[in-house]
Each structure stands twice: as C-alpha cells, then as structure tokens.
Design a protein around this ligand. Structure first.
Ligand SMILES: Nc1ncnc2c1ncn2[C@@H]1O[C@H](COP(=O)(O)OP(=O)(O)OP(=O)(O)O)[C@@H](O)[C@H]1O
Ligand SMILES: [Mg+2]
Length: 611
C-alpha cells in the first residue's frame, strides 16, 4: 500500500513538474482564468439550487394529497386544484429560469477557459516555431520532418486539451462536489454515503478503459500515418512505379496496410461498444440505490419523497463529472508526456552559437586558415587543413572531383556548421564573431540542391530583397541577369505563375537560374555559386557568365564547379582534392603544370566531344 502511494506521488510529481512550464501562461491569461473559475462556480450554484425546486414541488403534492381527497365533491376542491396548478406552474417557471441562468454562465465559462487554452496554444506554437528557426543544420539532419510536424500539431494539441477542457472539467468537478455533497449531507448523511458508493468504481473503470482506448487509437493513428505516407510516396513516385511496372505489388502492399488498419479500428470499436453500456450501468446503479435506500428512509420517516427525487437528480448530476474524472486524469497524463517532449525540444541549444558582436565592412576578403571539418553525424572528414585566401573583389573558381569537399566549403562559409579546427575570416574577422544575420545577409548563396517555395516566380526571385523594395521591374531585371526572363514570359501568368505542386513544373535548368536570380536579389558583396550551371546548356551558360561579368563588378565571387569553363575572366582557380587545396593558379598555368586540373580538363574535353 505504501509503495502504491509512493508510486502515485512519484507519477503526480513528474506530471506536475513537466506541466509547470505552463504556469506562467496561467498568469499571463489570469483574467480569463479567474473569470473562468468564477463562471464555473456560479453555474454550479444554480445547478444545485434547481433540484431543491423539484423537492418542494413534490413535497407540496404529497403533503397536500390527503387534504385534497378529503375535500372530494366540494367547491373547495376545485378551488384548491386551480391554485395547485398555478403553484406547480410557478415551480416549473423557476426551474426553467434557473436552467437558463446556468446555461448563460456555462457559456461564459467556455468563453473564458476554452479561449484561454486557444491563446496558450497559439503562444506555444509560436515558441516552438521560433526554436525551429533557431536550430541548426545538424538538428535537421538528425530529425525527420514528420516528427517535427507532429510536435507542433499533436503535442501542442494535447497540451491544449489539458489547459482547456481538462482544467474546466476539473474545476467544475471540485465546485460541484463541494456544493452537492454539502447539500446532500445536510439533508441526510447516511443516504449520501450509500448514494456515493458506486461513483469511485465508475471513475476508476473509466480511467482504466480510457487509457486502453487512447493506446489503441494512437496505434491506429500511427498505422494511418504509415498508410498515408506510403500512398503519398507512391503518388509522387508514380512515374517510377509505372515505368517499372510495379503497380500490382505496390497495390498488394497497400492492401495489406489497409487490412491492418481495418483490424485495429474494429478492435477499438468493440471496446467502445462495451464501454458505453458499462458506464450507463454504473450510473443506473447509483439511481437504483438512491431509490431503494431512499424509499426505506421515507417509510422510516427520516426523509421526504421530495428528498428522494432531489437525490436522484444530484446523483445524475454527479455521475457525469465523476465519469469525466477518469477522462481528465488521462488527458493530463498525455499532456504531461507531450509537454515533456516539448520541454526537451525547447531545451536543445543550437550547436552554433550566435553571440558575435563584430560587424566587418564586408569588402569581401575571404580567408580559410588551416580549416578542418568532419561531419558530426557521419564522421566523414570533408576538409583537411584547408588554406586559401580570396582578396576582396576577386573571382575564384573552386574546382574538384565529386566529393572533394566543395559544397562543404560553401556551407562553412555561410556558417551552417563551424569548423572543428582552424579559422574562417571575412575581412579579417572570425566568422564566429560576426552576428549570423549580418554574415548571411552579406552572402548571396546559390546552394547545390535548389529549393524553391510553392509561391509565384516573382516571390521566389525576390526572396532576398526586403519587402519594400520588391517590384515586378526588379524581378525582371534579376531574371534578366540569370538569363531566365524570356522563359518566364512564356509561362501562363508570367512572373505571377506559381511554382511547384499546384503550379508549373520547372526544368532543372530553370530552377537553377531562378535560384541564381534569387541570390542576386540580395545584392550582397559576396557571391557563392555552388555548381549552379550544371543543368544548363553551353549557350545559356555563356549568356549567364556574360551577365555575371556585369553583375560581379566590385564583388567577391566564389564559383564552385566540376566543369571547367574558360569563358569567365577568373582571377584564380583553386583545385580541391580530398578536402585540401591541391593546386592553384590561372587556367593556362594549371594546364601547363600538367597536374590534376589538366587531367580533369582533358577528361572533360573528351566527354564533351563524345556528347
Ligand atoms: N550533410 C552531410 N553529412 C555527412 N556527410 C556529408 C554531408 N555532406 C557531404 N558529406 C560528405 O562530405 C564529403 C564532401 O562532400 P561535398 O558535398 O563537400 O562534396 P562536393 O565536392 O561538393 O561534391 P559534388 O561535386 O558532388 O557536389 C563527401 O564525402 C560527402 O559524402
Ligand atoms: Mg557539392
């Protein structure tokens, strides 16, 4: 028994500890909260008074019955009958008015408490969203999108159930209990005791069954999301499925998942089917006990028939809140589990610390000083004692085989990661000393894997422009720089055309060029292009490079490529091999040196020839 108590306190403690995070919100919305408690109390006062009206009505009838019959046949009986009906109608009227007032208070109770829960939900979602934006690349590689989404949607939803409905029912229960039991004990303590006996059983069994139901419905939810993601995958990969004639096996697989889902759903339905009648049975039991014991007491003369009727109403009034007690307990438990996950998530500190306070002029002098970097999740050593410097205003191409670490350099430069050792500097300032926003605002970056938002072309192109400066003209100029303007004019709604699932499907090369235009939109002093011309033909490549010549005036550019292009006037070419600089120099110098560059160039020339 002691152990059970200890366990109970331990569970209660850990539940409260997690949910304590929400307490400041109760303070923030204290007027809603206090108002809610007041309305709950007020509605219950009116609820408890109404059975007393019933008691008086019934007592009036039973007590005056003998007198009424003794007056049989006289004019006084008709008179009494008339008055009687009048009084009973009055009782009915009072009862109705009480119910209306109670209803009004219940309305305000929801308006305060449920609204408070929605407000907290809103705040929590924003808090989570901010944390998502603060976290770094490493976090997003370790976690999948589904988990992240569910944390915002499901976990916050469950916490809301605690702040809203669960708390409302709990307060309601406490107030109602105090009022009803006080009234009942004042009338007859023994009867009260008997009547309340089945209630704890009701509460416990509901708690127990409700937990099973929750567990099963969660399993069903999981199955459903499995099913949905499978369907989604098949739909988005439908071309591959059809091209490989795999429709039948896929359908069979899907069918199996569906059968599983059906079985689980039916299991839950069966449990539900038993649960409802069981509850009704227990509630009915209380009523029967009231009438049985109450009837005996009426015969013994300790209570009036009106009291018995009153008690029946009280019992029915209590059963629902008592039943909800089990429900409330399991909601709170689930909310605590969700809040625990939320707390853990909010406690994650980004590995990248943004504490720099030094803002350089951003002339664009870039320096890698003995930089080494190993990807933390895979342990792959991508950069190895890397040294190079790009003076402000220079154009440098970064060239190397696939996997040599080119994109890693770009990611380090925009500080998606920090180097393990060594220092990266811009204008002589360590990147870690520069506020992240300032750093990233001053680098126009075209990542290797293009990502565009499902928005209009104009929006995507001007993503880096501050809102006030966005305009169609500007979008056109930027598109012109990236040699994509003419193609955009062919789209159904030109610059207003939506990209992505519900809009136009762009070719790889078109996506790349929109992504380049987007990098231009920042008008940053440093431009970082990661393999951004891989999907365009030679003619377009030349046009972009010509435009680039104009755009790049006075800017520092780092152009990553694994194709050699001699068209652009470069200051230097860095040849990267296994995470370190193997050679550097001009195109001609590197060719005549006959090293890695020359080898790769020859290879490319042969391939181009074949193609
Ligand atoms: N996010 C990552 N997590 C773990 N390892 C990575 C990650 N990105 C790259 N790597 C590894 O780091 C090494 C360098 O990769 P990087 O992307 O820098 O090459 P790259 O020169 O850009 O190649 P490509 O020309 O194919 O784009 C590779 O071995 C790669 O497998
Ligand atoms: Mg790369």
């Amino acid at each position: 028994m002691r152990d059970a108590n200890l366990l109970f306190f331990f569970v209660a403690y850990s539940v409260l500890k997690e949910l304590a995070y929400l307490n400041p919100y109760f303070f923030k919305y204290r007027y809603h909260f206090i108002g809610g408690i007041f309305f709950v109390a007020a509605s219950n006062v009116f609820a408890v008074v109404s059975p007393q009206v019933v008691r008086h009505a019934i007592n009036l009838v039973t007590e005056s019955r003998d007198l009424y019959f003794s007056l049989a046949g006289t004019a006084a009986q008709a008179d009494m009958r008339e008055r009687f009906v009048g009084i009973l109608l009055l009782f009915a009227g009072v009862y109705l008015v009480l119910a209306l007032i109670r209803g009004a208070f219940m309305f305000f109770m929801r308006q305060t408490l449920i609204i408070m829960s929605r407000l907290v939900e809103y705040d929590l979602k924003n808090e989570l969203y901010e944390q998502y934006q603060r976290l770094d690349q490493g976090f997003y590689r370790r976690n999948n999108t589904g988990d992240l989404m569910s944390r915002v949607a499901e976990d916050v939803g469950r916490v809301r159930m605690y702040i809203g409905p669960a708390l409302m029912y709990a307060i309601n229960l406490v107030v109602l209990f105090v009022l009803v039991i006080y009234t009942m004990v004042r009338i007859n303590p023994t009867l009260t005791l008997y009547v309340l006996l089945p209630l704890p059983i009701l509460s416990l069994s509901i708690y127990y069954v409700n937990n099973i139901i929750n567990r099963r419905s969660e399993a069903i939810q999981a199955q459903l999301s499995e099913l949905t993601s499978r369907a989604q995958e098949v739909f988005s990969g439908i071309r591959v499925v059809k091209a490989y004639a795999q429709e039948d096996p896929m359908a069979k697989h899907f069918d199996q998942e569906c059968i599983e889902y059906r079985e689980r759903s039916m299991g839950l339905a069966r449990l539900d089917a038993i649960f409802q009648p069981l509850m009704m049975l227990l509630i009915g039991l209380s009523t029967i006990i009231t009438i049985l014991i109450g009837g005996q007491q009426v015969i013994a003369g300790t209570v009036t028939p009106g009291n018995v009727a009153e008690f029946v109403i009280y019992v029915n009034m209590l059963t629902w809140p008592v039943a909800s007690l089990g429900w409330v307990a399991s909601i709170i438990q689930r909310a605590a589990a969700s809040q625990k996950r939320i707390n853990e998530f909010l406690a994650i500190t980004p590995v990248l610390v943004d504490e720099g306070r030094e803002v350089p002029d951003f002339h664009g002098d870039i320096e890698f000083d003995n930089v080494s970097f190993t990807y933390p999740d895979t342990g792959i050593r991508a950069l190895h004692n890397l040294n190079f410097r790009i003076p402000a205003g220079h154009r440098v191409a970064l060239f190397g085989r696939t996997g040599s670490g080119k994109s890693t350099i770009a990611e380090l430069l925009v500080r998606m990661y920090d180097p393990d050792s060594g220092v990266i500097r811009i204008d002589g300032v360590d990147l870690r000393d520069i506020p992240l926003r300032d750093l990233r605002r001053n680098i126009g970056y075209v990542p290797q894997d293009v990502f565009l938002f499902s928005e209009s072309v104009a929006y995507n192109i001007q993503f880096g422009t501050i809102e006030a400066e966005r305009s169609l003209e500007r979008a056109k100029v930027l598109a012109g720089y990236a040699s994509i303007a003419e193609e955009i004019d062919q789209f159904p709604r030109k610059f207003e055309t939506r990209i992505g699932e519900r809009g136009v499907t762009l070719s790889g090369g078109q996506k790349q060029r929109i992504s380049i235009a987007r990098a231009f939109s920042k008008n940053a002093p440093i431009l970082l292009l990661d393999d951004c011309l891989s999907a365009v033909d030679a003619g377009t490549e030349k046009r972009i490079l010509d435009n680039l010549e104009e755009y790049l005036q006075g800017k520092t550019a780092l152009i990553i490529t694994h194709r050699v292009f001699s068209l652009l006037d470069l200051d230097e070419i860095l040849v990267l091999d296994q995470g370190t600089v193997a050679e550097k120099g001009s195109h001609d110098a590197l060719l005549s040196a006959g090293g890695l560059y020359a080898e790769l160039y020859e290879k490319q020339k042969r391939e181009d020839h074949v193609a």
